[in-house]
Write a protein that binds this ligand. Structure first.
Ligand SMILES: *[C@@H]1O[C@H](CO)[C@@H](O)[C@H](O)[C@H]1NC(C)=O
Ligand SMILES: *[C@@H]1O[C@H](CO)[C@@H](O)[C@H](O)[C@H]1NC(C)=O
Ligand SMILES: *[C@@H]1O[C@H](CO)[C@@H](O)[C@H](O)[C@H]1NC(C)=O
Ligand SMILES: *[C@@H]1O[C@H](CO)[C@@H](O)[C@H](O)[C@H]1NC(C)=O
Ligand SMILES: *[C@@H]1O[C@H](CO)[C@@H](O)[C@H](O)[C@H]1NC(C)=O
Ligand SMILES: *[C@@H]1O[C@H](CO)[C@@H](O)[C@H](O)[C@H]1NC(C)=O
Ligand SMILES: *[C@@H]1O[C@H](CO)[C@@H](O)[C@H](O)[C@H]1NC(C)=O
Ligand SMILES: *[C@@H]1O[C@H](CO)[C@@H](O)[C@H](O)[C@H]1NC(C)=O
Ligand SMILES: *[C@@H]1O[C@H](CO)[C@@H](O)[C@H](O)[C@H]1NC(C)=O
Ligand SMILES: *[C@@H]1O[C@H](CO)[C@@H](O)[C@H](O)[C@H]1NC(C)=O
Length: 261
C-alpha cells in the first residue's frame, strides 16, 4: 500500500545493527498472534513491567480470549486493537477496540465512544488519514452529514461527517442540538471503498488507522539510539540504554556504535 513509503533511514540503521550479530538479550522480540512485537514496542508482562526495553506507552498487552489472541495498546487511556506493525516503515496499524472483531459486543453497528488521544507520545497520524466526526442524539442531521440509522437512539439521530471534504468551515452544528461529538480517524482508502457511510461505516471503522512513530526525544533516548542502543526503563523511572551485547548503558552504548553510511 502506498502509505508505506517513508523512513528508509531507519531501515539502514536496522540492517547495520543486525548485520553485526546484534542480539539485544534485554530486548527479546515476541509474537502475539500474528503481530510481531519488537522494539520500540514491548510486550507487557502480566506479572510486572518493572523493566522494559522500548518506549513509554508502547507496551502491548497480549491476551488470549478463548479462540483469539489479541494485541492491545492503550493510548490516552483508551484501548486499541493492534492489527499490524511494520518495522521497516515505522508504522503501526490500529483499530478502536470497541469496533474491533475482538470487542465483546461486536456487531455491525458499533458506536465510537472516544476521540483518539496521542498526547505526548512520539506518534502522528499517517498520511491518507481522514477524520470523521460523529454527532449523537441530534434532533436531525444537517445536509453536510450522513445519518446512521442503526445508531439512532429513542428518536435521537446519529450523524457522521467527513471532516476532510473542506466543508469544515461551513459545518455548523448549531441548531441540531446534538449531545456528543466523537472524532475518529480512518483511512481514506476504506472510505473510497465503502462510500455509503450510512450502511458501511462499520467496515470503515474496522479498517482502522495508521500511526507513524519517531524517535522518542525524552531522556537520553536519541543519544542511546544513535550509539546503537535501545531505550528502556527499569523500575519504571530510571532510563536505561540497552546495548546489543547485553550490557546496559546509562546514557548510550559507546563502543558498540553502528556505523551509518
Ligand atoms: C552471534 O552470536 C551468537 C551468540 O552470541 C553466536 O552463537 C553466533 O554464532 C553469532 N553469529 C555470528 C554470525 O557471529
Ligand atoms: C519481528 O520483527 C523484527 C524487526 O523487524 C525482526 O528482527 C524479527 O525477526 C521479527 N520476528 C519474527 C518472529 O518475525
Ligand atoms: C491485558 O488485557 C487483559 C484482557 O483485556 C486484562 O485483563 C489485563 O488486565 C490487561 N493487562 C494489562 C497489564 O493491562
Ligand atoms: C509526522 O511527524 C514527522 C516528524 O515529526 C513529520 O515529518 C511528518 O510529516 C508527520 N506526519 C504527518 C502525517 O503529520
Ligand atoms: C485529525 O485530527 C487530529 C486530532 O485533532 C489531527 O492531529 C489530524 O491532523 C487530523 N487529520 C486530518 C487528516 O485532518
Ligand atoms: C472524505 O474526504 C476525503 C478527502 O477529501 C476524500 O478523499 C473522501 O472521498 C471523502 N469521502 C466522502 C465519503 O466524502
Ligand atoms: C472530541 O473532540 C471534539 C473536538 O475535536 C470535541 O468537541 C468533543 O467533545 C470530543 N469528544 C469527546 C467524547 O471527548
Ligand atoms: C446507502 O444505503 C442506504 C440503505 O441501503 C440507501 O437507502 C441509500 O440510498 C444509499 N446511499 C447512497 C448514496 O447510495
Ligand atoms: C528497583 O526497586 C527495587 C525496590 O523498589 C530495588 O530493590 C531495586 O534495587 C531497584 N532496582 C534498580 C536497578 O534500581
Ligand atoms: C560490532 O559490535 C562490536 C561490539 O559488540 C564492535 O566492537 C564492532 O566494531 C562492531 N562491528 C561493526 C562492523 O560495526
Amino acid at each position: 500500500m502506498s502509505h508505506l513509503l517513508i523512513l528508509p533511514f531507519f531501515f539502514i540503521i536496522t540492517i547495520s545493527a543486525q548485520s553485526n550479530n546484534s542480539t539485544f538479550p534485554n530486548c527479546p522480540p515476541a509474537n502475539c498472534g500474528t503481530v510481531n512485537i519488537s522494539y520500540p514496542f514491548w510486550k507487557m508482562d502480566t506479572e510486572s513491567t518493572a523493566q522494559f526495553c522500548g518506549y513509554d506507552g508502547f507496551g502491548i498487552n497480549c491476551s488470549d480470549t478463548g479462540d483469539q489472541t489479541i494485541s492491545q495498546i492503550t493510548l490516552g487511556g483508551d484501548s486499541y486493537y493492534v492489527r499490524e506493525i511494520n518495522y521497516v516503515f515505522g508504522n503501526i496499524f490500529l483499530a478502536d477496540y470497541d469496533v474491533s472483531p475482538a470487542a465483546v459486543d461486536h456487531n455491525n453497528c458499533p458506536r465510537v465512544r472516544h476521540n483518539i488521544t496521542l498526547g505526548t507520545l512520539p506518534l502522528n497520524f499517517s498520511m491518507y488519514s481522514v477524520n470523521l466526526s460523529f454527532h449523537f442524539e441530534c434532533n436531525r442531521c444537517p445536509s453536510f452529514a450522513t445519518e446512521i440509522p442503526c445508531l439512532d437512539n429513542n428518536g435521537g439521530k446519529s450523524c457522521v461527517h467527513n471532516m476532510s471534504t473542506g466543508t469544515e468551515e461551513t459545518a455548523d452544528w448549531e441548531g441540531y442540538s446534538c449531545d456528543q461529538e466523537v472524532v475518529t480517524t480512518v483511512y481514506r482508502e476504506y472510505i473510497n471503498m465503502n462510500p455509503n457511510f450510512s450502511t458501511e461505516f462499520s467496515r470503515i471503522l474496522q479498517g482502522g488507522f495508521g500511526l507513524q512513530w519517531r524517535t522518542m526525544d525524552v531522556d537520553d533516548c536519541e543519544k542511546c539510539e544513535e550509539s546503537g542502543g535501545r531505550c528502556g526503563r527499569q523500575n519504571t523511572t530510571d532510563f536505561f540504554c540497552f546495548c546489543s551485547d547485553g550490557t546496559i548503558g546509562w546514557g548510550d552504548c559507546k563502543g558498540t556504535i553502528v556505523t551509518i553510511v
